[in-house]
Design a protein around this ligand. Structure first.
Ligand SMILES: C[S@@+](CC[C@H](N)C(=O)[O-])C[C@H]1O[C@@H](n2cnc3c(N)ncnc32)[C@H](O)[C@@H]1O
Length: 315
Protein backbone atom coordinates (compact mmCIF):
# COMPACT_ATOMS: atom_id res chain seq x y z
CA UNK A 1 0.00 0.00 0.00
CA UNK A 2 1.30 3.47 -0.94
CA UNK A 3 2.40 5.68 1.98
CA UNK A 4 1.35 9.19 1.17
CA UNK A 5 4.04 11.59 2.34
CA UNK A 6 6.59 13.93 0.77
CA UNK A 7 9.58 14.55 3.05
CA UNK A 8 10.06 18.26 3.77
CA UNK A 9 13.41 20.07 3.55
CA UNK A 10 14.99 16.79 2.47
CA UNK A 11 18.03 18.35 0.72
CA UNK A 12 18.74 20.52 3.75
CA UNK A 13 18.38 17.58 6.15
CA UNK A 14 20.97 15.66 4.14
CA UNK A 15 23.28 18.67 3.74
CA UNK A 16 23.37 19.33 7.50
CA UNK A 17 24.42 15.76 8.32
CA UNK A 18 28.05 15.60 9.51
CA UNK A 19 30.49 14.40 6.87
CA UNK A 20 31.02 10.65 6.80
CA UNK A 21 28.18 9.97 9.25
CA UNK A 22 28.34 6.37 10.45
CA UNK A 23 25.53 6.24 12.94
CA UNK A 24 22.20 7.98 12.45
CA UNK A 25 19.03 8.11 14.54
CA UNK A 26 15.74 9.05 12.88
CA UNK A 27 13.22 9.69 15.67
CA UNK A 28 10.28 10.14 13.27
CA UNK A 29 10.57 7.54 10.53
CA UNK A 30 7.17 8.22 8.93
CA UNK A 31 7.44 6.74 5.44
CA UNK A 32 11.22 6.52 5.78
CA UNK A 33 11.76 9.35 3.29
CA UNK A 34 14.49 11.23 5.16
CA UNK A 35 16.12 8.00 6.32
CA UNK A 36 16.36 6.75 2.75
CA UNK A 37 17.96 9.98 1.56
CA UNK A 38 20.47 9.77 4.41
CA UNK A 39 21.34 6.15 3.63
CA UNK A 40 21.80 7.05 -0.04
CA UNK A 41 24.33 9.65 1.01
CA UNK A 42 25.99 7.49 3.69
CA UNK A 43 25.74 3.96 2.30
CA UNK A 44 27.89 2.50 5.09
CA UNK A 45 25.97 4.06 7.97
CA UNK A 46 23.86 2.21 10.51
CA UNK A 47 20.46 3.82 10.77
CA UNK A 48 18.38 3.48 13.92
CA UNK A 49 14.79 4.63 13.70
CA UNK A 50 11.63 4.93 15.74
CA UNK A 51 8.05 6.02 15.18
CA UNK A 52 5.14 5.64 17.55
CA UNK A 53 2.80 4.77 14.69
CA UNK A 54 2.87 1.06 13.74
CA UNK A 55 1.75 1.89 10.19
CA UNK A 56 4.68 4.25 9.72
CA UNK A 57 7.05 1.54 10.86
CA UNK A 58 5.66 -0.86 8.24
CA UNK A 59 6.00 1.80 5.55
CA UNK A 60 9.56 2.72 6.58
CA UNK A 61 10.62 -0.95 6.68
CA UNK A 62 9.35 -1.34 3.13
CA UNK A 63 10.96 1.83 1.83
CA UNK A 64 14.32 0.92 3.42
CA UNK A 65 14.26 -2.73 2.36
CA UNK A 66 17.43 -2.36 0.29
CA UNK A 67 19.31 -1.48 3.48
CA UNK A 68 18.11 -4.43 5.58
CA UNK A 69 21.51 -5.11 7.12
CA UNK A 70 21.98 -1.53 8.24
CA UNK A 71 18.68 -0.60 9.80
CA UNK A 72 17.41 -1.08 13.33
CA UNK A 73 13.78 0.03 13.59
CA UNK A 74 11.42 -0.02 16.54
CA UNK A 75 7.92 1.21 17.31
CA UNK A 76 8.37 3.73 20.10
CA UNK A 77 7.57 7.26 21.14
CA UNK A 78 10.18 9.83 22.19
CA UNK A 79 9.35 9.00 25.80
CA UNK A 80 10.40 5.39 25.13
CA UNK A 81 13.59 6.35 23.31
CA UNK A 82 15.88 5.75 26.24
CA UNK A 83 14.64 2.12 26.55
CA UNK A 84 15.22 1.62 22.81
CA UNK A 85 18.74 2.97 23.08
CA UNK A 86 19.39 0.65 25.98
CA UNK A 87 18.11 -2.25 23.86
CA UNK A 88 20.36 -1.26 20.95
CA UNK A 89 23.42 -1.19 23.21
CA UNK A 90 23.58 2.54 23.87
CA UNK A 91 24.92 3.72 20.51
CA UNK A 92 26.07 7.31 20.05
CA UNK A 93 25.09 9.15 16.91
CA UNK A 94 26.68 11.43 14.35
CA UNK A 95 23.24 12.68 13.40
CA UNK A 96 19.88 12.70 15.16
CA UNK A 97 16.84 13.83 13.19
CA UNK A 98 13.29 14.54 14.31
CA UNK A 99 10.66 15.73 11.81
CA UNK A 100 7.86 16.15 14.30
CA UNK A 101 4.14 16.30 13.79
CA UNK A 102 1.89 14.39 11.47
CA UNK A 103 2.63 12.62 8.22
CA UNK A 104 0.38 13.35 5.25
CA UNK A 105 -0.58 9.69 5.44
CA UNK A 106 -1.97 10.09 8.96
CA UNK A 107 -3.84 13.20 7.88
CA UNK A 108 -5.21 11.64 4.71
CA UNK A 109 -6.77 8.57 6.31
CA UNK A 110 -10.27 9.50 7.53
CA UNK A 111 -10.31 6.56 9.93
CA UNK A 112 -7.40 8.11 11.89
CA UNK A 113 -9.61 11.08 12.75
CA UNK A 114 -7.02 13.85 12.25
CA UNK A 115 -8.71 15.61 9.38
CA UNK A 116 -11.57 18.09 9.44
CA UNK A 117 -11.92 17.57 5.69
CA UNK A 118 -13.10 13.97 5.89
CA UNK A 119 -15.73 12.29 7.98
CA UNK A 120 -14.16 9.88 10.46
CA UNK A 121 -14.15 8.92 14.12
CA UNK A 122 -12.86 11.71 16.38
CA UNK A 123 -9.72 9.77 17.24
CA UNK A 124 -6.31 11.46 16.53
CA UNK A 125 -4.13 8.88 18.30
CA UNK A 126 -0.79 8.40 16.57
CA UNK A 127 -0.52 4.98 18.21
CA UNK A 128 -4.09 3.67 18.45
CA UNK A 129 -2.92 0.26 19.68
CA UNK A 130 -1.30 1.60 22.82
CA UNK A 131 -2.79 5.02 23.49
CA UNK A 132 -6.20 4.96 25.10
CA UNK A 133 -7.42 8.53 25.20
CA UNK A 134 -9.04 9.75 21.96
CA UNK A 135 -10.01 13.25 20.88
CA UNK A 136 -13.65 12.27 21.40
CA UNK A 137 -12.85 11.33 25.02
CA UNK A 138 -11.25 14.73 25.56
CA UNK A 139 -14.11 16.65 23.95
CA UNK A 140 -16.85 14.68 25.71
CA UNK A 141 -15.39 14.32 29.20
CA UNK A 142 -12.94 17.16 29.90
CA UNK A 143 -13.99 19.97 32.18
CA UNK A 144 -14.59 23.46 30.85
CA UNK A 145 -11.28 24.56 32.35
CA UNK A 146 -9.34 21.69 30.73
CA UNK A 147 -10.89 22.30 27.32
CA UNK A 148 -10.20 26.03 27.49
CA UNK A 149 -6.60 25.33 28.41
CA UNK A 150 -6.17 22.90 25.51
CA UNK A 151 -7.65 25.27 22.92
CA UNK A 152 -5.77 28.29 24.25
CA UNK A 153 -2.40 26.75 25.02
CA UNK A 154 -2.09 24.36 22.08
CA UNK A 155 -4.27 26.06 19.49
CA UNK A 156 -3.94 29.75 20.42
CA UNK A 157 -7.60 29.80 19.34
CA UNK A 158 -9.10 33.23 19.98
CA UNK A 159 -12.65 31.86 20.00
CA UNK A 160 -11.80 29.18 22.57
CA UNK A 161 -14.45 30.32 25.04
CA UNK A 162 -17.24 30.27 22.47
CA UNK A 163 -16.20 26.88 21.12
CA UNK A 164 -15.92 25.34 24.59
CA UNK A 165 -19.25 26.66 25.82
CA UNK A 166 -20.92 25.23 22.71
CA UNK A 167 -19.20 21.87 23.28
CA UNK A 168 -20.48 21.82 26.86
CA UNK A 169 -24.09 22.45 25.77
CA UNK A 170 -24.11 20.15 22.75
CA UNK A 171 -22.44 17.18 24.42
CA UNK A 172 -25.28 17.12 26.97
CA UNK A 173 -27.66 16.21 24.13
CA UNK A 174 -25.31 13.98 22.18
CA UNK A 175 -21.59 13.27 22.57
CA UNK A 176 -19.31 14.32 19.69
CA UNK A 177 -18.33 11.24 17.73
CA UNK A 178 -17.02 12.34 14.37
CA UNK A 179 -14.55 14.81 12.91
CA UNK A 180 -17.25 16.44 10.83
CA UNK A 181 -19.58 17.00 13.77
CA UNK A 182 -16.84 18.88 15.58
CA UNK A 183 -15.59 20.76 12.50
CA UNK A 184 -19.11 21.88 11.56
CA UNK A 185 -19.81 23.06 15.10
CA UNK A 186 -16.58 25.10 15.19
CA UNK A 187 -17.38 26.66 11.80
CA UNK A 188 -20.82 27.60 13.02
CA UNK A 189 -19.58 29.46 16.11
CA UNK A 190 -16.66 31.42 14.60
CA UNK A 191 -18.15 34.59 13.09
CA UNK A 192 -17.90 34.66 9.27
CA UNK A 193 -15.93 37.88 9.25
CA UNK A 194 -13.13 36.21 11.21
CA UNK A 195 -12.96 33.17 8.90
CA UNK A 196 -10.01 33.44 6.52
CA UNK A 197 -10.33 32.20 2.96
CA UNK A 198 -8.39 28.98 2.43
CA UNK A 199 -8.15 28.33 6.19
CA UNK A 200 -10.65 25.92 7.69
CA UNK A 201 -12.10 27.49 10.87
CA UNK A 202 -11.59 24.18 12.71
CA UNK A 203 -7.81 24.10 12.02
CA UNK A 204 -6.68 25.42 15.40
CA UNK A 205 -9.19 23.35 17.37
CA UNK A 206 -8.03 20.19 15.61
CA UNK A 207 -4.37 21.12 16.10
CA UNK A 208 -4.95 21.71 19.81
CA UNK A 209 -6.78 18.43 20.36
CA UNK A 210 -4.16 16.49 18.42
CA UNK A 211 -1.37 17.96 20.53
CA UNK A 212 -3.27 17.10 23.71
CA UNK A 213 -4.21 13.56 22.65
CA UNK A 214 -0.60 12.75 21.75
CA UNK A 215 0.96 14.78 24.56
CA UNK A 216 3.17 16.26 21.87
CA UNK A 217 4.87 19.08 23.77
CA UNK A 218 5.78 16.81 26.63
CA UNK A 219 7.12 14.28 24.13
CA UNK A 220 9.24 16.96 22.49
CA UNK A 221 10.54 18.03 25.90
CA UNK A 222 11.64 14.46 26.61
CA UNK A 223 13.39 14.22 23.24
CA UNK A 224 15.22 17.48 23.94
CA UNK A 225 16.36 16.13 27.29
CA UNK A 226 17.54 12.86 25.84
CA UNK A 227 19.21 13.90 22.60
CA UNK A 228 22.38 15.83 23.51
CA UNK A 229 23.96 13.09 25.60
CA UNK A 230 23.37 10.64 22.74
CA UNK A 231 25.40 12.61 20.20
CA UNK A 232 29.02 11.85 19.43
CA UNK A 233 31.42 14.79 19.76
CA UNK A 234 30.73 17.05 16.76
CA UNK A 235 27.46 15.18 16.18
CA UNK A 236 24.39 17.11 15.12
CA UNK A 237 20.75 17.25 16.14
CA UNK A 238 18.29 18.47 13.49
CA UNK A 239 14.68 19.20 14.37
CA UNK A 240 11.90 20.13 11.97
CA UNK A 241 8.80 21.55 13.61
CA UNK A 242 5.55 22.74 12.13
CA UNK A 243 4.13 25.19 14.59
CA UNK A 244 5.33 28.05 16.65
CA UNK A 245 4.98 26.40 20.08
CA UNK A 246 7.32 23.58 19.12
CA UNK A 247 9.72 25.81 17.23
CA UNK A 248 9.96 28.10 20.27
CA UNK A 249 10.76 25.14 22.53
CA UNK A 250 13.51 23.96 20.18
CA UNK A 251 14.96 27.46 19.77
CA UNK A 252 15.11 28.11 23.52
CA UNK A 253 16.59 24.72 24.33
CA UNK A 254 19.29 25.05 21.66
CA UNK A 255 20.20 28.51 23.00
CA UNK A 256 20.37 27.18 26.53
CA UNK A 257 22.70 24.39 25.49
CA UNK A 258 24.90 26.92 23.74
CA UNK A 259 24.90 29.30 26.66
CA UNK A 260 23.87 27.51 29.84
CA UNK A 261 25.50 30.00 32.24
CA UNK A 262 23.00 31.16 34.88
CA UNK A 263 25.26 33.70 36.59
CA UNK A 264 23.94 37.26 37.03
CA UNK A 265 24.97 39.29 33.97
CA UNK A 266 26.91 41.81 36.12
CA UNK A 267 29.32 39.14 37.42
CA UNK A 268 32.74 39.59 35.77
CA UNK A 269 33.22 35.84 35.34
CA UNK A 270 31.17 32.67 35.48
CA UNK A 271 30.80 30.93 38.82
CA UNK A 272 27.92 28.59 38.02
CA UNK A 273 30.20 26.17 36.22
CA UNK A 274 27.63 25.27 33.54
CA UNK A 275 29.48 24.29 30.35
CA UNK A 276 28.14 24.80 26.81
CA UNK A 277 27.12 21.57 25.10
CA UNK A 278 27.93 22.88 21.65
CA UNK A 279 26.68 25.53 19.27
CA UNK A 280 23.61 26.42 17.28
CA UNK A 281 24.33 26.03 13.56
CA UNK A 282 21.14 27.68 12.32
CA UNK A 283 20.82 31.19 13.77
CA UNK A 284 17.44 31.41 12.07
CA UNK A 285 15.19 28.51 11.20
CA UNK A 286 15.73 27.08 7.74
CA UNK A 287 12.52 27.24 5.71
CA UNK A 288 11.40 25.64 2.48
CA UNK A 289 12.17 27.40 -0.79
CA UNK A 290 9.38 28.86 -2.93
CA UNK A 291 9.85 25.90 -5.28
CA UNK A 292 9.37 23.37 -2.48
CA UNK A 293 6.30 25.11 -1.05
CA UNK A 294 4.76 25.22 -4.53
CA UNK A 295 5.33 21.48 -4.92
CA UNK A 296 4.46 20.55 -1.33
CA UNK A 297 2.29 23.15 0.46
CA UNK A 298 2.79 21.28 3.75
CA UNK A 299 6.42 22.43 3.75
CA UNK A 300 5.33 26.07 4.10
CA UNK A 301 5.22 25.90 7.89
CA UNK A 302 8.30 23.70 8.37
CA UNK A 303 11.17 25.17 10.42
CA UNK A 304 14.47 23.33 10.62
CA UNK A 305 16.97 24.06 13.39
CA UNK A 306 20.31 22.33 13.85
CA UNK A 307 22.56 22.06 16.88
CA UNK A 308 26.14 20.79 16.82
CA UNK A 309 27.54 19.00 19.85
CA UNK A 310 30.92 20.18 21.12
CA UNK A 311 34.09 18.24 20.35
CA UNK A 312 34.41 17.09 23.93
CA UNK A 313 32.28 14.13 24.96
CA UNK A 314 29.59 15.02 27.52
CA UNK A 315 26.88 13.15 29.42
C1 LIG B 1 6.24 14.31 9.52
S1 LIG B 1 6.20 12.59 9.79
C2 LIG B 1 7.84 12.07 9.44
C3 LIG B 1 8.10 11.85 8.00
C4 LIG B 1 9.49 11.32 7.69
N1 LIG B 1 10.52 12.22 8.13
C5 LIG B 1 9.64 11.04 6.22
O1 LIG B 1 10.46 11.70 5.57
O2 LIG B 1 8.96 10.15 5.72
C6 LIG B 1 6.19 12.56 11.53
C7 LIG B 1 6.18 11.16 12.12
O3 LIG B 1 6.58 11.31 13.47
C8 LIG B 1 5.84 10.43 14.25
N2 LIG B 1 5.83 10.99 15.61
C9 LIG B 1 5.30 12.16 16.01
N3 LIG B 1 5.49 12.33 17.33
C10 LIG B 1 6.19 11.25 17.76
C11 LIG B 1 6.70 10.85 19.02
N4 LIG B 1 6.51 11.60 20.12
N5 LIG B 1 7.39 9.70 19.11
C12 LIG B 1 7.61 8.95 18.01
N6 LIG B 1 7.11 9.25 16.78
C13 LIG B 1 6.42 10.40 16.66
C14 LIG B 1 4.47 10.38 13.61
O4 LIG B 1 3.81 9.18 13.92
C15 LIG B 1 4.83 10.49 12.12
O5 LIG B 1 4.90 9.24 11.51
Amino acid sequence: MEFEHISVLADQVVDFAPQASQSILDCTLGGGGHSKRLLEKFPAAILYGIDRDAKALIAATESLKNYKEQIRLKQASFSELSECLEYWGKPRFDYILADIGLSSEQLARPERGFSFMNEGPLDMRMDPDRQHLTAADLVNTSSEHELLKILRDYGEERFARKIVSTILVERENKPFETTKELADMVSSVIPRRFQKPGFNPATLTFQALRIAVNDELNELGILLKEAPSRLKPDGRLAIISFHSLEDRMVKHQFRKWENPCVCPTDLPYCICGEKPLGRVITRRPVNATAKETAENPRSRSAHLRVFSSSQMPHD
